[in-house]
Design a protein around this ligand. Structure first.
Ligand SMILES: [Zn+2]
Length: 247
């Protein structure tokens, strides 16, 4: 958590910690002049108001009941559209800063043994995208938990992640980014898999994702500076597309 305090966050948003791989961002909900704030039912969409002081005193895992239709769920599902927007903005904002920083560091270190840095870079970009996509998705979708249940590390895999967004009613990332860029991203993600799980040796799994590759199974994957820079550009575009799609 060492650089938590160095992130610029929008008004009312606070980075409260990064336990493990996930990021926890707390966004305050301003109350109106009477000390009330809005809650929106994720089922019937009607908005009701609650007393801020009373609400604060309640436990974190509180179940809320919709006063109109009786729907009940964990209280964080009752964000109004406006509150949801603020949360997504905060998460997107954080993600973009995080990625710029990590990628900046990777580029600064490129004088060293480049392949090692490249490996760090791909591991970083996959991790950053995973954290960003997961937090944006959970902020944007009231029943996100149900949708991702049983799907493993879905935010680490590009096509399943894109499909998940489409299924939840969001734009398809693939046409937004274009076929060429999407294929380069798939290649980067496949390369990360090779380095993380196969000591950098190309396997059939990699070749299935990168059908036009000139390397053969059993060969060591070699990465160049040009490829690395392109991967960084592509990843930035992917993060922007995620923020646009879910924001
Ligand atoms: Zn309701």
């Amino acid at each position: 958590m060492r650089d938590t305090r160095n992130f610029r966050m929008p008004n009312g948003a606070e980075l409260v910690g990064r336990p493990g791989k996930s990021v926890r961002i707390q966004v305050s909900v301003p109350s109106d002049g009477d000390g009330f704030f809005g809650r929106q039912c994720p089922d019937c969409s009607l908005i009701f108001r609650m007393d801020m002081q009373q609400y604060k005193a309640l436990p974190d895992d509180l179940t809320l009941w919709c006063v109109y239709c009786g729907y009940h769920a964990e209280h964080s599902n009752f964000l109004t559209q406006q509150q949801r927007k603020r949360l997504i903005q905060a998460a997107g904002n954080y993600g973009m800063q995080k990625i710029s920083r990590r990628l900046g560091k990777a580029l600064l270190r490129e004088q060293g043994v480049f392949t090692r840095n490249w490996v760090d870079t791909v591991e970083n970009v996959v991790g950053v995208v995973e954290a960003l996509a997961s937090s944006l998705f959970h902020a944007a979708v009231p029943d996100a938990g149900t949708l991702v249940r049983g799907k493993g590390a879905i935010f680490q895999r590009l096509d399943p992640m894109a499909d998940l967004l489409v299924d939840a009613g969001f734009p398809d990332l693939r046409p937004v980014l274009g076929q060429e860029r999407w294929q380069r991203l798939l290649t980067t993600w496949a390369a990360r898999h090779v380095f993380t799980h196969n000591d950098g040796i190309v396997d059939d799994k990699y070749l299935a994702k990168v059908p036009n590759s000139s390397v053969r199974a059993g060969q060591r994957l070699v990465l160049t500076e040009g490829v690395c820079r392109q991967a960084i550009e592509d990843t930035k575009a992917l993060c922007e597309a995620l923020v646009d799609a879910l924001g």
